[in-house]
Unconditional design. Structure first.
Length: 212
């Protein structure tokens, strides 16, 4: 059902990466290739929602989730280069996290990559933010799988260290606005600068707006 939802809203699935390590939950990564109207690959987990997460009682409706991330159109998923495999490894570890720790992942959550105990990190990113995406229609963000099962799809946004620290101090809204203003929400760009860099005019303009 998740696969049908992906293809209905994003396009044909070109390749599937299956998790090699045997775990309680089998996680796959569905890869949707770029198209004329989509200048990026989209990586989407499937299997994370096979079991409910341990949510607070008042957030019972958010028990089921899947994750996705956008990567550049020149990304070569068949390569074993660490930069290429890193987004896949990250999604697999994130998707397993709530099931191995009896916790949950939801909109606005930020996670330190160190907490995922990943293998070597070839990027400068130190964390992620789960957010929405201006690149995907609202209809893709949720799937009513059955009467009592609504699956939420969360966009995984890689964060640099200063960005992660700000999210942890102030919450996700300010950072998400900055990422959206630069079209960066969910995009994996290993070369990008921090949106909080002093030379970034978007951050300064947004900061002035916030403190008015």
């Amino acid at each position: 059902m998740v696969r049908s939802h992906i293809e209905a809203h994003l396009g044909p699935i070109e390749h599937i990466v299956r998790e090699k390590v045997q775990s309680k939950i089998q996680i796959d990564i569905q890869i949707v290739a770029p198209a004329s109207n989509r200048n990026h690959f989209t990586l989407v987990t499937s299997g994370m929602s096979d079991q409910p997460m341990t949510t607070p009682i008042n957030l019972h409706q958010y028990r089921f989730a899947e994750l996705y991330m956008h990567v550049p159109s020149n990304w070569h998923y068949g390569s074993n280069h660490p930069i290429v495999t890193w987004p896949i490894d990250l999604l697999l570890k994130l998707a397993q996290l709530p099931h191995t720790t009896a916790s949950w992942l939801g909109y606005g959550h930020s996670i330190s990559i160190d907490d995922l105990a990943p293998s070597s990190n070839p990027t400068a990113f130190t964390g992620v933010l789960l957010a929405s995406s201006i690149l995907e229609h609202e209809c893709f963000q949720t799937l009513q799988a059955s009467l009592g099962k609504r699956i939420h799809f969360y966009n995984v946004c890689p964060l640099l260290n200063d960005e992660l620290e700000l999210v942890q101090q102030t919450g996700p809204t300010y950072m998400e606005d900055l990422l959206i203003s630069q079209g960066l929400t969910g995009a994996f760009d290993v070369h990008r600068q921090s949106v909080l860099a002093p030379e970034n005019p978007t951050h300064e303009e947004h900061r002035k707006e916030v403190i008015k």
